[in-house]
Structures are given as C-alpha cells and as structure tokens.
Design a protein around this ligand. Structure first.
Ligand SMILES: Cc1ncc(COP(=O)(O)O)c(C=O)c1O
Length: 382
C-alpha cells in the first residue's frame, strides 16, 4: 500500500459516533446534514425516471439539460456562466477530488485554509501532494483570516490554494475584499484557486448568497468552484454535485470523470433538475428555518457559563468551546456516553480546531436543539 494511504487519519467524527452505536437515546448532531427529507417533487422526479427505464450509463459530463439548468442557476446568482464550463459530478466530495486530480500531483504544494472538513486536505495527500495549512484564528468565538499570512504562504511554487467558504466547521466566510485580494495574488503567483462553495446558499446575511469567486473572476482565471446538491436541496444521500471550470477545461474533465465514475446516475440527475426548477421557492424557506435553528442554538449556548461561541454568517454549524475542555475528542466521547449528546470534536477538522466542538443545527424540529442544550447544561454541571 502507498504510504500516503497508510498514514491517512481515520475520521474522528466516526470515532465519536461509534462510541454511541446501539444507543437509541442519543441526540445526534455530529454529521453535516439536516434531518429533513428531500422535497417530494425531487423524489417523484427520480421515481418517474426509474419507472421510465432510465437505468443506463449516461454522458460523462452530465445530462445536457441538467448542465444547462446549472449554468442558468449559476448565471442568476453570479453573472453569465457558459454551459461549456459546467461538469456534473457524483457528489461534492467527488467534484473536489476530480478537481484536485486535475490540478495537483505527487510533490506539488497545496495551501489550505484551516480548520476545514478533513476530506479537503486528505484528497491532495492521497495524490501525494504536500499540504501547507494556514490557520483561521478565533476572536471572541468568531473566526478570522490573516490575509497577509495567507498571501505569504502562497508563492509561485504553490499549485493550488484550497479555500472553503462558508467554512465547515467554523462558518467563517470570505469577504469580497479578501476574495479580490486572493484572486489578485494568485494571478501573480500562477496558483489555482479551488473554491469549495457548497454552503454558498446557506448564508444568513445580505441577499442570502455568500460572496463567490465567480462574481469577480473571468472565465480564463485559474479558478475551479466545487458545488453540491447535498446541502441547499437536502440531497445528502443522493450524491450529486458539480464543478464550474475555466473555459477550455471540459474535455479534460470529461476524461477524468470517465476514469473515476464514468457518469452520475440519470435518475439522481432528474431529481436535481426538479430541485433547480423550485430553487427560488425552496432554498430561501430552508435558509429561514436554518437561521431560526442557528439563533436558537447560539443563544442557548451563549447562556451557558464558560461557553464561547459566535453566530456563524454561513453554513449549518455552531462551532464552540467550553472553558477547561481542551481535549475535544475525549469531551465529545464523554458527552455521547454519559449524556447522550452527539457532537463532532473540533480536532476532526485539524489541530487548529482542538478544544472546540461542532454542532450541526440543521433540524426540522428545533425542540431537539433545546433537548441537546439541556443535556450539555447537565454535563457542564458535573
Ligand atoms: C465543506 C464541504 N465541502 C463539500 C462537502 C461535500 O458534500 P457532498 O459530498 O455530500 O456533496 C461537504 C459535506 O459535508 C462539506 O462540508
């Protein structure tokens, strides 16, 4: 086995979840998904596709009508994006892996803004690239980027700058000015930007769409944007995403998709097409529900003594720390075994997250959050 694979860390979130296995009384907030089922119109479209016999291999790059609909959706949010820049992928994580395969190989340097969802930094490591971590830092519970530190880390030797904003787990989001500064810098160093913008619609400020690199880049910039149907359309189990590529890169991506998954399932794509058709009605309502969950949870956390947390501008997580609890894995395991509260340990997102805990607040029934808060309050009284 290649040493890169042998040395991959196992998921610390799974480690905590395994400690609660077989217990039906655990309130689980550890994974990054809502407990709301996918809207019925999307499920109906997928069922209709299967009933119609759409069970065959399909285009490498996705159904032309889905790619067209994604291009139209993206253009509505960010200004004109041509369909010749859109590739449909088998999930967001697959989109990110395909992009990394296209951009970085053994010995290449990748700079990543961290803490971050661990899959992002594992992917270049799998490919044999070296990952340099540039940390966000908390100020009163809210996480900030040191732009000068990041610019100093990205040099002409840097192949890829990996940035996830809105960020999982912290909720940190790049400002437009920071995006412009990074784009200008990367144009100078010749570095690709791989932007993970899967949470762009789960954004609680302004017009409800987080600033995107697509707003400011040209079609010829070295920019790849990764997206997912998982979060904004409640489609986590369906495994569908997409990439926005620079002009002229679609044929290469089609080959990579052929050698990875060959194509995404047609019935899944039909569900997504139905999702895009209702996006303008559905997504704002979802975000409103999420914001109510966020506000309820963060207010509850802030009321507990010794808890440090700030409302995140985007995403679906409260990232918080409890005074005196510096070992997040041990604390998360204690919370699940002794109190039936399932949270993700901050160290799962890198050493920068040590001492913190992530709570996914995407819940159909906000009363579950109150129950979870009561369990945490119990734990803190010990
Ligand atoms: C930051 C980030 N990017 C990408 C993904 C990928 O989502 P999926 O593979 O479900 O499309 C996730 C999922 O949790 C995520 O948190």
């Amino acid at each position: 086995m290649r040493p890169e694979i042998q040395s991959l860390p196992a998921s610390r979130i799974r480690e905590v979840a395994n400690a609660g296995i077989g217990r039906s009384d655990v309130l689980a907030f550890w994974f990054g998904e809502s407990d709301e089922v996918t809207p019925a119109t999307l499920r109906d479209a997928a069922v209709a596709s299967l009933q119609a016999g759409e069970t065959f291999y399909s285009h490498n790059l996705g159904l032309p009508e889905l790619r067209q609909a994604i291009a139209a959706y993206t253009s509505r949010l960010h200004g004109a994006v041509d369909v010749d820049r859109i590739a449909v992928t088998s999930s967001g994580v697959n989109a990110l892996m395909l992009a990394m395969q296209m951009l970085a190989g053994a010995g290449d340097e990748v700079v990543a803004v961290v803490p971050v969802w661990p899959n992002l930094t594992a992917q270049p490591a799998i490919l044999g690239a070296r990952v340099t971590r540039v940390p966000l830092r908390p100020q009163d519970g809210a996480w900030q980027l040191d732009l000068d530190e990041l610019r100093a880390a990205v040099t002409p030797q840097t192949r890829v700058l990996l940035v996830n904003a809105p960020n999982n787990p912290t909720g940190w989001t790049l400002t437009r000015a920071e995006q412009q500064a990074l784009l200008d810098h990367c144009r100078g160093t010749g570095t690709w930007i791989l932007a993970d913008e899967v949470y762009e619609r789960l954004y609680f400020q302004g017009n409800g769409v987080a600033p995107s690199f697509l707003d400011i880049a040209t079609p010829d910039d070295r920019l790849v944007v990764a997206h997912s149907f998982s979060k904004s359309f409640l489609m986590t189990g369906w495994r569908l995403g997409w990439l926005v590529l620079p002009s002229g890169h679609l044929d290469a991506m089609g080959k990579l998709i052929e050698f990875n998954t060959s194509c995404a399932p047609v019935f899944v794509q039909r569900g997504a097409l139905a999702g895009l058709a209702i996006a303008d009605d559905f997504v704002p309502g979802l975000v409103q529900r999420l914001q109510a969950c966020r506000d309820r949870l963060v207010a509850g956390l802030q009321a507990l003594p010794g808890v440090q947390v700030a409302p995140a501008p985007g995403g679906m997580y409260a990232f918080f720390r409890v005074q005196g609890q510096d070992d997040s894995l041990a604390f998360a395991k204690h919370l699940v075994t002794a109190h039936g509260l399932g949270l993700a340990p901050g160290v799962a997102f890198g050493p920068e997250g040590e001492g913190w805990l992530r709570w996914c607040f995407a819940s159909r029934d906000p009363a579950r959050l109150d129950q979870g808060l009561a369990r945490l309050a119990d734990a803190l009284r010990l």
